[in-house]
Design a protein around this ligand. Structure first.
Ligand SMILES: *[C@@H]1O[C@H](CO)[C@@H](O)[C@H](O)[C@H]1NC(C)=O
Ligand SMILES: *[C@@H]1O[C@H](CO)[C@@H](O)[C@H](O)[C@H]1NC(C)=O
Ligand SMILES: *[C@@H]1O[C@H](CO)[C@@H](O)[C@H](O)[C@H]1NC(C)=O
Ligand SMILES: *[C@@H]1O[C@H](CO)[C@@H](O)[C@H](O)[C@H]1NC(C)=O
Length: 376
């Protein structure tokens, strides 16, 4: 169990950027008197309704992928530097979801410095099938869009048994598996063209990703398949609202009944989410709501990057009913906050800065609020 952030540090950095938000000092160094561990060694402390992370501000670098060749050792890389109040998390993020998961609504907001307002840049509504400036992708390359080739281990096996050179498929590409692709409306397979996610429950061990609706057109750096390369959600001040449920499906096996909602540096899936030729983990992953064991009713959050860590405090898995949450990335406050919202919150076109600051700051009653400082 790591101790929570000294709030003085938060206030000091806030003062240096002119940020006026004051987080009550009561959260500082809150100990966990009752930590428990699951069989995998994950620790759990207490259920909360808000978690605020600090400590992300720093200057660093990662090895960005610049090319993917025809063999597993042909993964070109180049150092990419960053220096920002939220570190690498100010870069573009893609949103990732694993079932069992029912996404009802999702909205993305950016902060406009000119009018000091948070304006909605992307929106999805399952029941009305509205999908404004976002695209649903998955790792189904080869099924209508994207690319497929064989993972190195299978290729090596085929070479050993003497089949590699007899199979035409192996001649062209034979290393990287499935690339990103468009997905069908049920998020269960690939598709030739973009489709709007239907009003469905995503089953266990199925995943999909959400990117902005803006094609990269070469402007995102290297992507394995440029045809399905879309921008993520960038900037230091961005907020994501989700309306979702994580029903129990009671299945067992790999990734079964283990829903998750997380964000990745969008460069990761654009090259390879599940093989070595990506900038993961240094370029950034934020697990927002992740169930770590089949059928568990607790959702943890963790940062994986040069600055990393996660609190042992957890959110209740919304298995029986949908909830709404706000995930606020605030360069202004040098903090990232995940907060359960009143279910009456409407995902409208605008929010005032005061409203979003309120989500970041949390309620006056601190009993269900956790703070955590990530470190190197
Ligand atoms: C400690 O945690 C367990 C569950 O892990 C819970 O049943 C128990 O009530 C907790 N005790 C206190 C004093 O909070
Ligand atoms: C979007 O979906 C929710 C239910 O999931 C519904 O209550 C709401 O009215 C819809 N919003 C809009 C703007 O259509
Ligand atoms: C604020 O500015 C953004 C562009 O930066 C614009 O999209 C939005 O409509 C503006 N909001 C208001 C309330 O004027
Ligand atoms: C899974 O189990 C829970 C509680 O035991 C139950 O409420 C739920 O209906 C079950 N779900 C399915 C899909 O069987």
């Amino acid at each position: 169990m790591k101790s929570a952030a000294p709030i003085a540090a938060v206030l000091a950095s806030a003062a240096s950027t002119g940020w006026a938000l004051v987080l009550p000092a009561a959260d500082a160094n809150r100990g966990c008197s009752n930590v428990s561990h699951d069989v995998l060694g994950n620790s759990f402390c207490r259920e909360v309704e808000q978690i605020t992370y600090t400590g992300l501000a720093h200057k660093g670098s990662y090895q960005a992928v610049t090319s993917m060749g025809d063999s597993a050792d042909q993964c070109g890389r180049q150092t990419k530097e960053y220096d920002a109040p939220l570190g690498v998390f100010e870069e573009e993020l893609s949103i990732h979801i694993r079932g069992p998961f029912k996404l009802n609504q999702m909205a993305v907001y950016n902060f406009g410095c000119v009018n000091e307002t948070w304006h909605r840049v992307s929106y999805y509504n399952a029941s009305t099938q509205e999908a404004d400036n976002l695209v649903f992708l998955g790792n189904y390359g080869g099924q209508g869009s994207g690319e497929f080739d064989f993972p190195p281990m299978i290729y090596e096996y085929m070479q050993v048994v003497g089949l590699a050179d007899r199979t035409i498929v192996f001649d062209a590409h034979s290393v990287w598996g499935n690339s990103l692709s468009y997905i069908n409306a049920d998020a269960t397979a690939g598709s030739e063209t973009p489709e709007i996610l239907a009003d469905v429950e995503i089953p266990s061990n199925k995943e999909f990703a959400v990117f902005s609706g803006q094609k990269c057109n070469g402007a995102c750096g290297f992507s394995r398949v440029e045809d399905v390369a879309y921008h993520g959600f960038g900037g230091g001040n961005k907020a994501f609202l989700f309306d979702f449920q994580m029903p129990l499906d009671n299945t067992t096996g790999f990734n079964a009944d283990m829903p998750a909602l997380w964000a990745l540096n969008a460069n990761i899936p654009r090259t390879a989410q599940y093989n070595k030729c990506s900038c993961w983990p240094t370029c950034g992953e934020f697990d927002i709501y992740e169930v770590l064991a089949s059928g568990d009713s607790r959702c943890k959050s963790t940062f994986h990057a040069a600055r990393r860590g996660g609190t042992s405090d957890y959110f209740a898995r919304p298995s029986g009913h949908a909830i709404k949450i706000a995930v606020v990335f605030s360069a202004k406050a040098e903090a990232v906050s995940v907060r359960v919202l009143d279910y009456g919150t409407v995902f409208g076109h605008h929010f005032t800065d005061a409203t979003v600051d309120g989500w970041l700051e949390g309620p006056v009653d601190r009993t269900a609020v956790s703070t955590f400082r990530v470190t190197e």
